[in-house]
Design a protein around this ligand. Sequence first.
Ligand code: ADP
Ligand code: MG
Length: 307
Amino acid sequence: MRWNRSTHRPIPSERGRRVAPARLERTEVPREGLSIWQPIHLGVDENSRPVHITLAERNLLIGGEPGGGKSGALNLIVGHAALSPDCRIVLIDGKQVELGGWAACADIFVGPNPAAAIVQLTRVQAEMDRRYALLLERKIRKIPPGDPRLAPIVVAVDEVAYYSATVGTKTQQAAVTALLRDLVARGRAAGVITVAATQRPTAEVVSPSLRDLFGYRWAFRCTTPTSSDVILGNGYAKQGYSAVDINPAARGVGWLLAEGGHPRRIKSAFLPDEHITALAQVAAQLRAHRPLPPCATLTGPSDSDGT
Ligand SMILES: Nc1ncnc2c1ncn2[C@@H]1O[C@H](COP(=O)(O)OP(=O)(O)O)[C@@H](O)[C@H]1O
Ligand SMILES: [Mg+2]
């Protein structure tokens, strides 16, 4: 079977011709890598059409009950980012193993350490402020593509509630919440792309005002219409866009809402561990070959980071 690279669908074979076995095991990464400015492949819609989103200048909120497919979705995005040498990557993962496969490609990796999460998110915030000062000086309103000193920074957080409501002191939890909110609220024009997942879609973890700052929202299976609405937006469940109806066995199925549109039911693509390992190796080589210039604001003495 031959595959059409742009549609990711098989090319119909001529009648009567023998069909060769698919060579799906081949990893097709362009030599120069991908770009964070390109659309990111997320999966297929109900008509089997590929679904892409462009994350540059956007943020993405992912929510749903455990086992729905949130970490799988995060891995698709972090995978694209890792293979894009034109962006920086900050990974915050309380479980460590969900995003750990990409650690060698990340500029910053934070495990289950709330103090380290605060240190690193504060650095991203400082870099955001530095960029806004620069934009003001240059009299432009957003970062232009192609400037390595202003490379987009993808901040991926797996399980926001772990840092904002579970571990650490109340002060630390409030600090993480405030930092994330600021990055989501002001990050767009400065090139900070926040992708946050939560398995506790409640208004305490994701307030409506925070949710509304995310241009993209992706709800995997939820247990109540309220929690589905916490992710997608108030009133969607009543209109029929409810993540409660998703079959618990249908892992990776969710409603994706993009700015200005209606939610679309999609089935996410999935990277098994061995694909992540192989892709992360390619990504690390690409990044070593085309390094971004050092960024003083984002780096600091690693011994005090506690990451
Ligand atoms: N798109 C998918 N296709 C097939 N299986 C999937 C998909 N997404 C997730 N899964 C399966 O479901 C399991 C749980 O997914 P995961 O992303 O870890 O859920 P969550 O982070 O929401 O708890 C995965 O280990 C995998 O086996
Ligand atoms: Mg998970």
